[in-house]
Design a protein around this ligand. Structure first.
Ligand code: FAD
Length: 317
């Protein structure tokens, strides 16, 4: 079922969902199941599965370094199919512009269609590790809006190069990313919101936000988006802080601000257990306030760990 239908059927009740990352290449899917099992009692209507970009690895051969391209966490669509049929839950593969030609993307979209996957998250992806800025892949989509257009075209039965005479139409519900504190490359929040509006106008059905730690930022973002004419659901993304390094990594990678109270509380902790408790307590406060504001869904970034998400979800769902 589509995310938008789940939201409609909930009749104003906020839903619980989460995002997982595929296991590293060569590891068993069982560890994923072990992390998902404890969260299924909260009845997530859908689970997102991320896609990782390709990266370079260097293999030593005859004293020289040979550069190879690989994906360290492959299997997104396969995992979506496995989870969908194991747990009877909707699964949402993240589809990226970066690293894929439009042809390869069409191939993946057709796979998803045949597998009965109803929702896709359309994303540009980040630059590769050695790149300073994102560079589009040859023959690929440049921005998420272009990918949204490609998926929307398929929903109309328009395949690449129009080689099919009686096309089978897909009917994907399309999610896109939104940034309450603006995307790190965007010159301003207002210009980033215009880009978000372009994605919605191109066919996106809902938005999932980047993580934020101050709900005021989310509420202001939703207000600004509504004033701009973006009417689709805007699902807040929440991540509990789990290690002290998050204080540096999260602002650096996601260009977001952490509230002083949260920073102080984490800095006073003397062990990881205490930091996790602070992170969970903070996320519980955020969740409580978001639920009081009747958000459609609360989407948790699990990063492959379920115990802290379970501690939060068990209070509300
Ligand atoms: P876009 O919407 O294309 O925007 C990228 C930047 O370009 C923005 O600054 C925007 O303002 C600007 N822009 C957009 N259109 C134009 C235009 N026409 N001209 C000029 N500038 C423009 N990454 C992964 O690798 N894998 C994942 O699974 C993944 N999942 C994610 C899930 C969520 C909920 C979120 C919020 C992010 C996720 N990301 C993931 C990260 C995402 O790929 C990065 O944040 C990426 O840098 C931007 O992706 P986007 O889809 O927002 O890009």
């Amino acid at each position: 079922m589509k995310v938008t239908e789940h939201i409609k059927n909930a009749k104003g009740k906020s839903l619980f969902s989460f995002e997982i990352i595929p296991p590293k290449k060569g590891l068993s899917i069982q560890q994923l199941y072990d992390n998902i099992d404890p969260l299924m009692e909260f009845n997530p209507p859908f689970i997102d599965v991320t896609t990782s970009r390709e990266e370079y690895v260097y293999i030593e051969k005859d004293g020289l370094l040979d550069r190879k391209v690989t994906r360290m966490r492959p299997g997104t669509v396969g995992i979506c199919a496995a989870l969908k049929y194991k747990y009877n839950v909707d699964t949402i593969p993240h589809i990226l512009c970066g690293g894929f030609s439009k042809e390869e993307t069409e191939y993946v979209l057709v796979d998803c269609h045949y597998l009965g996957i109803d929702n896709l998250m359309a994303l540009r992806g980040d630059a590769m590790k050695h790149q300073r800025f994102f560079e589009p892949t040859e023959g690929g989509n440049n921005y998420a809006v272009d990918l949204v257009k490609q998926i929307s075209d398929l929903n109309k039965g328009k395949y690449l190069h129009d080689v099919i005479e009686k096309p089978q139409k897909s009917n994907f519900c399309i999610g896109v990313a939104g940034y309450p504190e603006k995307h790190l490359e965007a010159p301003s929040l207002a210009s980033d919101l215009k880009r978000l509006k372009e994605k919605v106008d191109a066919g996106a059905d809902y938005v999932v936000t980047q993580m934020f730690f101050d709900n005021k930022k989310y509420f202001a973002f939703v207000k600004a988006a509504r004033e701009m004419g973006i009417t689709v659901p805007i699902i807040p993304g929440i991540k509990p802080i789990a290690v002290k390094k998050h204080l540096q990594i999260l602002p650096q990678v996601f260009a977001l601000d952490l509230p002083e109270d949260l920073i102080n509380a984490v800095e006073q902790c003397t062990d990881v257990k205490a930091i996790r408790e602070v992170g969970v307590a903070w996320a519980i406060q955020q969740t409580k306030e978001l639920l009081e504001a009747n958000v459609p869904v609360i989407h948790f970034y699990s990063m492959g760990k379920s115990d802290n998400i379970k501690s939060i979800a068990s209070k509300f769902f």
